[in-house]
Ligand binder design. Structure first.
Ligand code: CMC
Length: 428
């Protein structure tokens, strides 16, 4: 809280609104008592000017293109850290010591298996089901399998549920993939790293030894770091809202997955690669740029623009570097990368994109890497969900541990009919 107040003049009434400052970032007006004092709500559909909670996890400065987790920059974390280390940081607030990291990784690796009966659950889905549909269903079903970690009032159960979700997500995601291609499920191998294990469960087969390629493991681990958390985005807000009613963590994360699936959110990486493939060759780029600018055409450049970043998304910079590394390591010469680079350059020099501050976001380059590794486009959002689970879980824990936590209950501006008399059907 600062000593600053904002004064709101509402007809004859004058209301003082306290101004609260965080450690960094814009101040917020505290309007919690506004309705009680004035009989007036605020109106902010899409939450463009609303802080929905207090949080110590992630800070974004969208104008400067800054992303920090617990104070550490995404550039440093993605360069020097591992996904397990970032997960520990998000959950616990500090970077782990060597021993803490080893204990944490060990704990996570001991939760990687799924209840065996869950594998029969998969067989209820059509083979051509989208893996995100399977993820929503299977993650929601976890609450039917792990009753001993659904009491949200018990911090020990919350911790176990958090570890289970982070540990089981790669197994669930890999099984969704295996089911779609008709191959046997591969059990986890705890000798491998979190990411190496996921690669083996996805691409390994029981008939052969699977060898994890270190450059691929490193690149995918970095992609997981880049997606680990991102403040109060749509899916995280969904997890918080679902959790605010006291719903169990598995149900809350399933809600987050459902929200993430949308093409304006996590589904954009799949849409971005599909778009680059559709463009196909650099000579077609001007046509697609013109379409993106045309108000009468619903087409948008996928992987471009962001609600918060009005500058280069720092994750896109790391992602672009990673594309080069992966394509070189796998000796893949994907012409789509050239299309992406030229599209980016052309858009960044176009007055429409300059004026609207539209820059590449995290999804613009990630699809090229994932495709080179061998993931089909339908798996892209699944990988996003896998990595974001740690952010969801950390945000959910932060909310539940807050003693002042309340059920989320927005209000509305009602524009429907006023009270009217019911007419029986024969008189209508
Ligand atoms: N291509 C062309 N025009 C665009 C684009 C785009 N990708 N993005 C925004 N605009 C225009 C939009 O038409 C609007 O123009 P006007 O002011 O003339 O109506 C203006 O820019 C502002 O757009 P908005 O939709 O009001 O902005 P928003 O903050 O509500 O939307 C967004 C942000 C990410 C949904 C949007 O930029 C978009 O649809 N991008 C493409 C999808 C995408 O890449 N999503 C991934 C987001 S990052 C990963 C994640 O967080 O999940």
């Amino acid at each position: 809280m600062t000593n600053k107040v904002a004064t709101l003049n509402l007809g004859d009434q004058q209301v003082e609104l306290p101004v609260i400052s965080g450690t960094v970032g814009p101040d917020v007006l505290d309007i919690r008592k506004l309705y009680g004092q004035t009989d007036c709500f605020t109106f902010d559909p899409g939450f463009t000017s609303t802080a929905s909670c207090e949080s110590q996890l992630t800070y974004i400065d969208g104008d400067q293109g800054v992303l920090l987790h617990r104070g550490y920059s995404i550039e440093e974390l993605s360069e020097q850290s591992s996904f397990m280390e970032v997960s520990y940081l998000l959950l616990n607030g500090e970077l782990p010591s060597k021993q803490e990291l080893s204990d944490f990784s060990y704990t996570i690796s001991r939760h990687t298996m799924l209840h065996e009966q869950l594998s029969t659950f998969y067989r209820g889905f059509r083979r051509d089901a989208h893996p995100m549909a399977i993820m929503c269903g299977v993650v929601g079903a976890l609450s039917a399998f792990y009753h001993d970690s659904t009491d949200i009032a018990d911090p020990v159960q919350r911790k176990i549920a958090s570890h289970r979700l982070i540990a089981k997500m790669p197994t669930i995601a890999a099984m969704a993939y295996k089911y779609s291609v008709g191959q046997p499920f591969i059990y986890p191998d705890n000798k491998l790293s979190y990411t190496g294990n996921f690669l083996r469960m996805t691409f390994g087969v029981p008939a052969e030894e699977y060898e994890v390629i270190p450059a691929v493991e490193k690149a995918l681990d970095r992609i997981f770091i880049l997606h680990a958390d991102h403040e109060q985005n749509a899916s995280t807000s969904t997890v918080r809202l679902a959790g605010s009613s006291g719903a169990n963590p598995f149900a809350c994360i399933a809600a987050g997955i459902a929200c993430l699936w949308g093409p304006a959110h996590g589904g954009a990486n799949e849409a971005a690669l599909n778009m680059l493939r559709e463009i196909g060759t650099p000579d077609k780029i001007p046509h697609y740029i013109a379409r993106a600018k045309d108000k009468n055409d619903p087409f948008r450049l996928m992987g471009f623009g962001h609600r918060v970043y009005k500058n280069y998304d720092p994750r896109a910079t790391v992602m672009q570097k990673t594309v080069r590394e992966v394509l070189a390591a796998l000796k893949v010469n994907d012409p789509i990368f050239e299309v992406a680079m030229q599209l980016e350059e052309m858009a960044l020099n176009d007055p429409y994109f300059i004026e609207k501050k539209l820059f590449p976001n995290v999804d613009f380059y990630s699809g090229i890497i994932l495709s080179a590794i061998g993931f089909p486009t339908t798996m892209f959002t699944v990988l996003f969900a896998l990595a974001r689970t740690v952010g969801w879980v950390a945000q959910w824990n932060e909310m539940i541990s807050d003693p002042g936590q309340k059920i989320g209950r927005p209000r509305q501006l009602y524009t429907g009919p006023t009270a009217r008399t019911y007419l029986p059907v024969e008189k209508r």
